[in-house]
Design a protein around this ligand. Structure first.
Ligand SMILES: [Zn+2]
Length: 150
């Protein structure tokens, strides 16, 4: 059996959004978010896990990311690379909000995740587009993608 190169999950190729590798964008979002709040967990990316593949196979077009499937990981479908920067940043922040909400309030429903992001990171997550997905304004997404450019 061929030995696969060992790479950090954060740098695994997942595609690009606005000319920035999604994994690099996440790495910078994580650095930025952890500067805002000590409650932000250092989750590693887990690309195309079995659960997200199954959700998408069953036709869930809103299945892009989740947490609490694999401990210490944020699972991501490679299709996030087809979304706008505002949606990708919004999705990542929302997922980070789940464990923050749990630490704060011992509950982590969808609205709790967004409330935690608002309280701890100062970002209001909106829902936009044909899939009504998490979204942050272009100004914020632009700052993050610029930050992530090598
Ligand atoms: Zn998963």
């Amino acid at each position: 059996m061929a030995k696969r190169a060992k790479r950090s999950p954060v740098w695994t190729d997942i595609g690009q959004v606005a000319g920035v590798a999604v994994s690099s964008l996440y790495a910078y979002i994580l650095i930025w978010a952890r500067r805002q709040s000590k409650l932000v967990p250092k989750l590693a990316l887990n690309i195309d896990c079995s659960m997200v593949r199954e959700q998408r196979r069953k036709g869930d077009r809103r299945a892009f990311m989740h947490v609490n499937h694999v401990p210490g990981k944020l699972c991501v479908a490679h299709e996030v690379a087809s979304l706008s920067p505002g949606h990708v940043v919004g999705l990542f922040l929302h997922e980070l909000g789940h464990p923050i909400a749990y630490k704060l309030w011992r509950r982590s429903e969808q609205e709790d995740a967004d409330a935690a992001v608002r309280q701890e990171l100062g970002v209001t997550i909106l829902y936009r587009g044909p899939l009504v997905l998490q979204w942050v304004p272009p100004k914020f997404a632009k700052a993050m993608t610029a930050f992530a450019k090598p």
